[in-house]
Write a protein that binds this ligand. Structure first.
Ligand code: MN
Length: 695
């Protein structure tokens, strides 16, 4: 087992000023408190936290993190209390240890909506200090390495599954691919041992058979690079079993048909040399089109940078080549850890030029703005688990978005105010609808209008947490405004049916448990306070009985009771999609939803729906234009059809009489849209009728 001095030496290798006393104290404290406890393997328990601390030194973490690694299980597995830990090691280390302990207790599946609370706890804990997550990841990595010692297969599988679903993606999210890759392969070999060993042995065979090929490819690459005078570190390897298996699953193909199981890596000194190297490779090997990716100019969301290309190798099969600098290589393996400064105790690394920790900040912003647990869950999940797509503004600024993102997501990605006032957009200079799904490389130009505002319908197609959140927020405030305005109109309306002049002073707010007039109007508008209730506070009503309101429509989520008129322009009938427009001094005028005469004035539009058919005794008059054959029997047949359908004919006109046809313009009275439709259907069935249309 590693001694405390050996551990300290490992830390001092990269941090000569490391706090030795702290490390030694943590080492001894953990060893003593875990005492004679042992792991399922029979090894002393202390070996586990010690190994976690050692792995953390490989990633060059600060002493607080190493200490937390040593102590990460004492709260859970020994009698040590938080207060004790705080007294001996200070508040921050105690916090880290407590955080790791909390994470371990949260048994959450991110894909289970019922686990909202757990997920929120999880995110909250990570957000307070990202190092909690790092210690937890390394803890889980070591547990995965020693998973074979757990006797119960069920337990092994559940740990492996959780690792695959939660911890590996999280490690990937903070760019710690080296941990992610190992976790995935360990989980894979546990969950699918047969497939794993199958692929593994095939890889081995390829390795044996192709060793010459790998070596000669490396030699050839080295020759090319030497000739060009580019200093490069070149290596070759087979791809990982898990990534091959995933590819087999995804494309539903056999191992034999995956033709690029070999990958080569070229590590150079500078970014310029990356592109020079790419040129060298493309001049000397034939490229396989469509496989080239430039993650240097457009890094992945987790900060990954590299050039990827696939070319035809020496013996005719595809080989993948990755080109990157040493710095990029370290970042690709260690992610967040590559930027960690062991000198400071930053919670999120300050050095974030490429914006790769933006997702952590996004998570924090979402958390601050969310109203419900469900929000946090939904939005954070979206932020963390969607694949990404990259698009550009006309200025060349890059906006990275989750796959499936639309124009509106893009607009919100630029700035909240751009999203909120977006009225149109162009993709690659062509005007497109707002719900258009973006593709990689799209150049997106957003058109805004200062007086515009979000549309509730956007909520249905946006995918980013940010866009969803702001649209929802807008809808909520807008709804509040609308209901208040409606409430005010309703109150005035009630007053107008009496002799009493409307005045806010007459409103007895206390009686309705409202602390402000706005609240009162909102409650009236929303239907929480009934109109009949308002009447009771108005002194001396003009007529003794209550005002009776009767109508075939009602406001959505609202009690019946307001003057309703049907518009003359579009003449809605039962079954039409309808909307109400508040007209001062008149009440609500009902229109068909897409009626051209409705001005898009949101503050005066209210949602309306029809009452149930059986509750309605009114009839609606519609005007029909029926084109019929110019035969004497046509008129009789049409009128027969209408009356046999139990509709009343109010008015008839004949127009456009020609040699073959004439038009019948009829006003008929129907019960609703389904009644009308069955009449229209019967008419169309008649051989004398050429067409029927509602005017
Ligand atoms: Mn542990």
């Amino acid at each position: 087992m590693l001694t405390s001095s050996e551990l300290i030496d490992l830390v001092k290798d990269y941090d000569p000023n490391a706090n030795e006393d702290l490390l030694r104290k943590a080492y001894l404290f953990s060893m003593e408190t875990h005492g004679v406890q042992s792991r399922t393997s029979g090894a002393p328990y202390f070996q586990h936290p010690l190994e976690v601390a050692r792995i953390l030194t490989e990633l060059k973490f600060d002493t607080q993190t190493i200490a937390a690694g040593l102590l990460h299980d004492v709260l859970e597995d020994t009698n040590v209390s938080f207060e004790e830990l705080e007294e001996i090691f200070g508040a921050r280390i105690a916090f880290l240890v407590e955080g790791v302990t909390k994470l371990s207790k949260i048994n959450c599946s991110l894909f289970d909506v019922r686990q909202v609370k757990n997920f929120q706890k999880f995110i909250l804990t990570i957000l307070q200090d990202i190092r909690v997550l790092i210690v937890k990841l390394v803890d889980r990595l070591h547990n995965m390495r020693t998973l074979g010692h757990i006797p119960s297969k069920e337990k092994r599988n559940s740990i492996a599954r959780e690792t695959l679903e939660i911890y590996a993606p999280l490690a990937g999210r903070i760019g710690m691919n080296i941990i992610k890759d190992e976790m995935e392969d360990l989980a894979f070999s546990n969950l699918h041992p047969e497939e794993h060993s199958n692929i593994f042995s095939k890889l081995n065979r390829i390795h044996m058979e192709n060793n010459n090929f790998v070596q000669s490819t490396i030699l050839e690459l080295k020759r090319i690079f030497k000739e060009a005078g580019v200093n490069a570190d070149i290596s070759g390897r087979e791809k990982r079993a898990w990534s091959i298996w995933r590819k087999m699953q995804k494309s539903d193909i056999s191992f034999e048909r995956i033709n690029d199981v070999m990958a080569f890596r070229i590590i150079v000194d500078t970014k310029q040399q990356c592109y020079i190297s790419l040129g060298l490779i493309h001049t000397n090997f034939q490229i396989i089109p469509g496989r080239f990716k430039d993650y240097i100019s457009v890094p992945k969301l987790n900060g990954y940078r590299s050039l990827h290309t696939t070319v035809v190798g020496l013996i005719g099969q595809g080989i993948e080549i990755q080109i990157r600098t040493k710095e990029m290589h370290r970042e690709a393996n260690e992610g967040i850890a590559a930027h960690w400064s062991y000198k400071s105790n930053e919670i999120i690394p300050q050095k974030d030029e490429s914006g790769k920790y933006k997702w952590i900040r996004n998570l924090i912003a979402i958390h601050d703005n969310s109203e419900t647990l469900q929000d946090v869950m939904n939005y954070s999940k979206l932020e963390m688990f969607n694949d990404e797509v990259f698009c550009f503004t006309p200025n060349g600024d890059l906006i990275a978005l989750p796959r499936g993102a639309t124009i509106i997501d893009f607009a919100y990605g630029i700035h909240t105010s751009v999203g909120s006032t977006c009225i149109g957009a162009k993709i690659n200079s062509e005007i497109v609808p707002l719900q258009t799904v973006l593709r990689n490389g799209d150049l997106v130009e957003i058109i805004t209008s200062p007086h515009s505002h979000p549309d509730g319908a956007w909520e249905k197609f946006v995918v980013t947490g940010k866009a969803k959140l702001y649209i929802r927020k807008f809808i909520r405030t807008q709804e509040k405004k609308e209901f208040s305005a409606l409430g005010l109109q309703l109150v005035k309306y009630v007053f107008s049916s009496t002799d009493v002049q409307f005045s806010e002073d007459l409103l007895d707010l206390k009686k309705f448990s409202c602390d402000s007039v706005d609240k009162f109007y909102y409650n009236v508008g929303k239907g929480i306070i009934f109109l009949r209730g308002i009447q009771t506070i108005i002194p001396r009503p003009r007529n003794s009985g209550a005002v009776v309101y009767k109508s075939s429509v009602c406001l959505e989520e609202f009690i019946p009771g307001i003057a309703v008129h049907f518009s003359e322009c579009c003449r809605p009938i039962l079954g039409d999609k309808i909307i109400g427009v508040l007209v001062p001094q008149k009440g609500i005028v009902v229109h068909v939803v897409n009626c051209d005469s409705i001005e898009k004035n949101y503050s005066s539009v209210v949602k309306m729906k029809w009452r149930k058919e059986e509750e309605i005794d009114s009839e609606f008059v519609v005007k029909l234009n029926i084109v019929v054959l110019n035969l004497t029997e046509s008129f009789e047949r049409v009128t027969n059809i209408i009356s046999s359908n139990e509709a009343k004919i109010i008015n008839i006109k004949m127009e456009n009489r020609s040699t073959d046809f004439f038009d019948l313009i009829m006003d008929i009275q129907v019960k609703g849209i389904s009644h009308l439709e069955s009449i229209q259907a019967s008419l169309r069935y008649c051989s004398n009728v050429k067409s029927v249309r509602k005017l």
